[in-house]
Design a binder for this molecule. Structure first.
Ligand SMILES: Cc1cc2nc3c(=O)[nH]c(=O)nc-3n(C[C@H](O)[C@H](O)[C@H](O)COP(=O)(O)O)c2cc1C
Length: 216
């Protein structure tokens, strides 16, 4: 698969099959992601992958925490619509409007997925040092996309999701992440359940002319 095909094929996958991803494939995906450029080649990232028993433990502790109403405390604070630009806010409103009927069409799968970390067989946690600067966060965003595209090219689908990092204390304990690290983002990885309407949903984008400004 070439890079343009991977860009088009990658999509938010929210319901995964049980099938495990072998360690060799996980390692290859992270090695590909390491080709991402970064400020001064600083490569500020680390990756902690939860799979097998450690992921089962995280899933059950996340479900218990959510049920008990534990306050979310992601290392990078949760953003709300009002925190975004007017343009971004409008795009989010449009996305919610297009996604809502998909949720309503199969609420059982949607809630089952939400409550079980999408039933992913592996989650890659992207980790930075303490108080990362804006450029390291920028670089990590690029790393995240390279990782997702590499996964797609290797037949693995993905979902970047805030939901995966909302209880960082649980992740620190289960994955032995040192306390001075920032657990910035989680990417669920796995093989998608193709028959689910949740996975068939494709998002659109604003017209390129709306965001591109070429000056001659
Ligand atoms: C930083 C970030 C956080 C996200 N958090 C969530 C989330 O908490 N729950 C969710 O269902 N999707 C989440 N997503 C997925 C986005 O909703 C999705 O990428 C977007 O709607 C575009 O759709 P696409 O990935 O299929 O192109 C997140 C994506 C990013 C990049």
């Amino acid at each position: 698969m070439d890079v343009l095909e991977a860009i088009k094929d990658r999509h938010a996958t929210r319901a995964f099959d049980d099938k495990a991803i072998d360690d060799q494939n996980l390692t290859a995906i992270v090695t590909d992601a390491q080709r991402t450029p970064s400020w001064g080649n600083s490569q500020p990232w680390e990756v902690y992958i939860a799979t097998g028993k450690s992921l089962e433990q995280i899933k059950s502790r996340y479900a218990a925490a959510a049920q008990a109403g534990v306050t979310e405390a992601a290392d990078l604070a949760k953003a709300h619509r009002g925190d975004f630009s007017t343009m971004a806010n409008q795009n989010m409103g449009h996305w919610v409007g297009t996604f809502r009927p998909i949720i309503e069409a199969d609420q059982t799968t949607y809630w089952d997925s939400r409550e079980n970390l999408y039933r992913a067989p592996a989650i890659a946690y992207l980790v930075l040092g303490q108080n990362p600067n804006s450029w390291s966060i920028y670089d990590l965003g690029a790393f995240s996309q390279t990782l997702s595209l590499a996964a797609t090219a290797r037949g693995v689908q993905s979902l970047s999701s805030y939901e995966l990092v909302k209880y960082p204390d649980i992740l620190r304990q289960e994955l032995a992440v040192p306390t001075d690290r920032t657990i910035a983002m989680g990417i669920a990885l796995g093989y998608e359940k193709p028959d689910k309407v949740l996975n068939q949903f494709r998002t659109d984008r604003v017209a390129t002319q709306q965001i591109l400004h070429i000056q001659h």
